[in-house]
Design a protein around this ligand. Structure first.
Ligand SMILES: Cc1cc2nc3c(=O)[nH]c(=O)nc-3n(C[C@H](O)[C@H](O)[C@H](O)COP(=O)(O)O)c2cc1C
Length: 223
C-alpha cells in the first residue's frame, strides 16, 4: 500500500473486532510516527495507550464519573464549539448522515445520547490512546499533534488497523490522568480508539462514510 492508497483508505471506524493489536505492531507504528515533523523539532506529542485490563478499568472509571454527574472538563474548548456558517452546516450534515446510516432518527435524543456514550466505550476498540501536549504551549503547537495523529492513523491503515480519532476522549481527563503516566503539565487534546475493523457493523457501513468538498472550495494556486 502506498501513501496515496492509505490516505484514500483511511476512514473513521466505530466498531471493532475483539482481537487485540500485537504490542510489537503498536510499538513499530510509534517508532515510525516519531519521524513526524514539528515546529522547531520540539516534538511536543505524548501518546499513552491503554489495552486489556487497563483499558477496561479506564472505561469503568470514566463511566463512574459520568454516572456521578461530573461535568466534562476538557482542557481546550472542544472542536465543535462555536461553529458558524458553512462549518456549522457541515457539522450538522455529518451528524445527520451518521445518524441516518445507523438508523437513528435525528430527533430521537435518547438514541443520540446512547450513541454518544459509545465514545467512552472506545466504540468497543481493544485499545485507546490519549494524545496530550504541554498546556502552556500555544494553539499553533497543536498542529504538531495533528500531524503526529494522522501519521499514526495512516501507518495503522497500512497494517489493516482502523481507528477513530475522538475529541470526546479529552472531556474526562481526571480518570485518564489518574491511571496513565501523562506528565502533570500536559493537557489531553484528543483520543484515538483503534483495533481491527468490524466491517459488518452498520456503524461502519458505506452510508456512514463522509464525503469531502472539491479542491476548488478550499484551494487556490496562483502564479
Ligand atoms: C480531531 C478529531 C476529533 C474527532 N472527534 C470525534 C469524536 O469525539 N467522536 C467521533 O465519533 N468521531 C470523532 N471524529 C471523527 C470525525 O467525525 C471524522 O473524522 C469525520 O466525520 C470525517 O470522517 P472520516 O474520518 O471517516 O473521513 C473526530 C475527528 C477528528 C479529526
Amino acid at each position: 500500500m502506498n501513501v496515496s492508497e492509505a490516505v484514500r483508505a483511511r476512514r473513521t471506524i466505530r466498531a471493532f473486532k475483539n482481537e487485540p493489536v500485537p504490542e510489537e505492531v503498536i510499538r513499530e507504528v510509534l517508532e515510525l510516527a516519531r519521524h513526524a515533523p514539528s515546529n522547531s523539532n520540539t516534538q511536543p506529542w505524548r501518546i499513552d495507550v491503554v489495552s486489556g485490563d487497563a483499558r477496561d478499568r479506564l472505561q469503568a472509571a470514566i463511566f463512574e464519573e459520568i454516572k456521578a454527574g461530573v461535568k466534562p472538563s476538557p482542557a481546550f474548548p472542544p472542536g465543535g464549539t462555536g461553529l458558524k456558517g458553512r462549518y456549522k452546516e457541515r457539522q450538522r450534515e455529518c451528524a445527520f448522515q451518521y445518524f441516518a446510516a445507523i438508523g437513528i432518527d435525528k430527533d430521537d435524543k435518547k438514541a443520540r445520547m446512547n450513541l454518544s456514550m459509545k465514545n467512552w466505550e472506545f466504540f468497543g476498540a481493544p485499545h485507546a490512546a490519549f494524545l496530550s501536549y504541554p498546556e502552556t504551549m500555544h494553539r499553533a503547537n497543536a498542529i504538531d499533534i495533528g500531524i503526529f495523529l494522522q501519521t499514526i492513523m495512516l501507518l495503522f491503515v497500512e497494517r489493516g488497523i482502523a481507528s477513530c480519532p475522538q475529541g470526546a476522549l479529552a472531556t474526562y481527563p481526571g480518570p485518564v490522568k489518574a491511571m496513565l503516566p501523562i506528565p502533570e503539565e500536559n493537557a489531553i487534546l484528543c483520543g484515538l480508539s483503534f483495533g481491527y475493523p468490524d466491517l459488518e457493523a452498520q456503524i461502519n457501513s458505506a452510508a456512514a462514510k463522509m464525503d469531502r468538498e472539491p479542491v476548488e472550495v478550499f484551494a487556490s494556486i496562483t502564479s
